[in-house]
Ligand binder design. Structure first.
Ligand SMILES: Cc1cc2nc3c(=O)[nH]c(=O)nc-3n(C[C@H](O)[C@H](O)[C@H](O)COP(=O)(O)OP(=O)(O)OC[C@H]3O[C@@H](n4cnc5c(N)ncnc54)[C@H](O)[C@@H]3O)c2cc1C
Length: 445
């Protein structure tokens, strides 16, 4: 969960996963009921304090920074409130992590349709920033939300769905934590299923040639492009028939490949590259071919979720799907000219258009480019060059990943931006849920 430390003099300090953002909240509470969430908001507003709900601290932006605010840690407000296997509707408490959610769904034979790369986030934090996985016909996690219960700035507890308060629902599914504190999330789940995973290095030119078949011919497809390597690591995950037996990797192979190769060895390579920048290019090329092909099958969440022990900083933008190759080629042209080399790969994913106002895929079939750099290595020139490339095709930044845009620019990239601000003005006229990041992305003009 979120790194929260209290010093001997009683000062609370919050740090995010990437350790690039910290904050000192004015107060910290850990409610264990909806009533306590409501009371916390009332107590904070009575003192004139802004309020910030804390997820698991896995955003790279300061979206979750509760500086000078009443921080609400939801780690005691977890678990499933109700589940109905026939309809697939499952209501979970806001602080439930995706890991806890997957375990609870396993117990009743249900599963999420699609997930991102890790399971450490809370369900509320994940949907609030538009967290997504990959799949040309599938949306991000927020598209699997069927209803939300939200505690508003005045302490009232409201429910929203497609039929009840639809404007609040359209805004709050990817609500950036700006509209209230989500208390429960109702998810539309489906019968538990297994995925067949095929992961292998493929020459980048071949990936580009086969891109249409790769994106539309598989349920989930992504690739990692190593900027100085010839090959990309392509991951294709496809659903198995419900009655098919899964063939998971052996525990030993899983430990060797995920823990040793992708985390311990890879972490050592990153440290070497940081210490001796001349090594970055050969190491990056080596990483692009070192991973051996593997095929296996397993329960869906065991395939979606990967182990990430090596820390990094990250920016990610969604661009129109048809711009994928152009953006990739522009990045390929820019990276060799950077003054400082790039240690980590670029992750490319896809998602279907959706109808959520501040979703990065709003009304647009999208391709996602996630760029990374190892902590302690310069990244500004690289991230700036990336932002310039994606700006040409109306790129929309992931709300939880590093970017420099403000409301004036974002308003042009989101057709329903003003509708979001209208709903915010209705439910939080005093900006109780503000912080500096939200001031920049929602208010600055
Ligand atoms: C290693 C790593 C891997 C990642 N992989 C992916 C990926 O595959 N796909 C992807 O899209 N993103 C990915 N991310 C980004 C991550 O999913 C998002 O930043 C997500 O928001 C983190 O969730 P969290 O619980 O940590 O929320 P936090 O970062 O703690 O909070 C995010 C926002 O949610 C708000 N919030 C939290 N709880 C509530 C609540 N109850 N009510 C209202 N607002 C609330 C917070 O106030 C804040 O505004 C990754 C991040 C890391 C560090």
């Amino acid at each position: 969960m979120t790194a929260l430390k209290t010093s001997a003099d009683g000062q609370i300090r919050w740090t995010n996963w990437a350790r690039n953002e910290t904050a000192v909240p004015a107060t910290l509470t850990r409610p264990a009921s909806v009533e306590q969430i409501s009371e916390t908001i009332a107590a904070a507003t009575a003192k004139g304090l802004p309020v910030k709900a804390l997820g698991a601290g896995h955003s790279f932006t300061a979206i979750a920074a509760a500086h000078g605010a009443a921080a609400i840690d939801l780690s005691a407000w977890t678990g499933v409130e109700s589940s109905d296997v026939a309809s697939g509707l499952v209501t979970v408490r806001a602080g439930t992590t995706i890991k806890q959610l997957n375990a609870a769904l396993d117990r009743v034979g249900l599963a999420m349709t699609n997930l991102g790369d890790i399971d450490a986030q809370t369900i509320s934090g994940a949907i609030s920033t538009g967290t997504h996985g990959t799949g040309a016909k599938l949306g991000g996690i927020a598209t699997q939300v069927s209803a939300l219960q939200v505690v508003l700035a005045d302490g009232s507890v409201v429910t929203c769905s497609a039929d009840e308060r639809p404007d609040l629902f359209n805004a709050a599914r990817v609500g950036l934590g700006a509209l209230g504190v989500i208390s429960t999330v109702t998810l539309r789940c489906e019968r538990s299923f297994s995925l067949n995973a095929d992961e292998r290095p493929v020459p980048l030119e071949a990936v580009i040639e086969q891109l249409d078949e790769l994106t539309t011919g598989h349920d989930h497809m992504e690739f990692y492009w190593f900027p100085y390597g010839r090959k990309a690591l392509v991951k294709r995950n496809d659903r198995l028939p419900l009655d098919a037996a899964a063939r998971p990797l052996s525990r030993a192979r899983e430990f060797f490949e995920y823990t040793v190769m992708e985390n311990v060895v890879y972490g050592a390579m990153c440290r070497a590259g940081r210490a001796v920048p001349k090594l970055v290019k050969p190491l990056n090329g080596l990483a692009s071919i070192a991973l051996s092909p593997r095929t296996y099958s397993d329960l869906s969440h065991r395939v979606f979720v990967t182990q990430r022990d090596v820390r990094f900083v990250e920016s990610e933008y969604a661009v129109p799907r048809e711009s994928l190759v152009d953006v990739l080629n522009e990045l390929r042209a820019v990276v060799p000219k950077l003054a400082y080399p790039v240690m980590m790969p670029v992750e490319v994913r896809v998602a279907a258009a959706d109808d959520i106002w501040l979703s990065t895929a709003y009304q647009r079939d999208s391709a996602y480019f996630a760029i990374h750099q190892y902590p302690g290595m310069p990244y500004r020139e690289y991230f700036d060059a990336f932002e310039k490339i994606v700006a040409q095709v109306g790129g929309r930044p992931h709300w939880g990943k590093m970017h420099t845009l403000d409301a004036a620019v974002l308003r042009d990239r989101y057709p329903r931006f003003d509708d979001f601000r209208r709903v915010r003005a209705q439910v939080d006229p005093e900006r109780v849920f503000r912080n500096a990041y939200l001031d920049r992305v929602l208010d600055a003009t």
